[in-house]
Design a protein around this ligand. Structure first.
Ligand code: PEP
Length: 255
């Protein structure tokens, strides 16, 4: 982590969990538990809870994110949510290309690229997820998979459009929701690779400023070790973000 260049970001992905009442209560508890913490915090509740949670976090250090968007501003796209709607409701962030969306809902490198463009057009910070599967890692394809996801996902953008805006989340698919965390060596190796890829495909400014989060079974017990790694700027947390008590321990990783 390099806090002088990149303030840590701890992001919670609530996935398809929580009724409105549960989401509001967790957000209230989280605001209370994290007051005064000098870390960027984001929570991404399900769409149904965004508006009431927005009321709870307004004016606090907890920012709101969507879990996905569709790349059009509006139109006959039943079931979809647009960047205009997310921005309107008070989102600052949006998770894009999460492996669960790639696996179950047809997200591709091309659709992810369009979604990132849509997010940027509406001043939403994309949390752009990349990561290899178990089989790809076993086959020695980790770096080629990540290279393709990043290159296609960010195709057509300039460093100027992305620097100080985009966040990349490295989430090895085999570590998400499995309790299996990547080792420190595996994480640092990939984060270094991603930062050098930013330099190779774009420039030094993007490489220096892009926040690269790690995601995959992050918990209070392992967050400090992960956050000590020089190229890790934060965490994207699923299961352990559902409880304000547990998530706030992750947010207070340096205590
Ligand atoms: C995620 O959903 O992005 C994630 C990393 O999940 P978990 O922390 O539960 O592995």
């Amino acid at each position: 982590m390099n806090p002088t260049l990149r303030k840590p970001l701890i992001a919670g992905n609530w996935k398809m969990y929580k009724t409105v009442a549960e989401a509001v209560q967790t957000a209230k508890d989280l605001v209370q538990c994290t007051a005064g913490v000098d870390v960027d915090i984001m929570i991404a509740p399900p769409f149904t809870a965004l508006a009431p949670v927005a009321e709870v976090v307004r004016g606090t250090s907890v920012a709101l994110g969507g879990q996905n968007l569709f790349s059009k501003n509006d139109g006959a796209y039943t079931g979809e949510i647009s960047p205009v709607m997310l921005a309107d409701i008070g989102c600052r962030y949006v998770i894009i290309g999460h492996s669960e969306r790639r696996q179950f809902f047809g997200d591709t490198d091309a659709s992810v690229n369009a979604k990132i463009r849509a997010a940027l057009n509406h001043r939403l910070i994309p949390v752009f997820c990349v990561g290899e599967t178990d089989a790809q890692r076993e086959a020695g394809e980790t770096f080629s998979v990540l290279d393709k996801q990043v290159s296609k996902g960010l195709e057509g953008f300039s460093s100027e459009m992305l620097s100080n805006v985009i966040v990349i989340a490295y989430e090895p698919v085999w570590a998400i929701g499995t309790g299996k965390t990547a080792t420190s060596d595996q994480i640092q190796e990939v984060h270094t690779f991603l930062r050098s890829l930013a330099e190779k495909r774009f420039d030094n400014l993007l490489a220096k400023t892009v926040k690269i989060l790690y995601g995959g079974s992050v918990k209070p017990e392992n967050v400090s070790e992960i956050m000590k790694l020089p190229d890790v700027d934060g965490a994207l947390v699923g299961g352990a973000s559902l409880s304000a008590e547990v998530f706030s321990k992750i947010i207070r990783f340096h205590h």
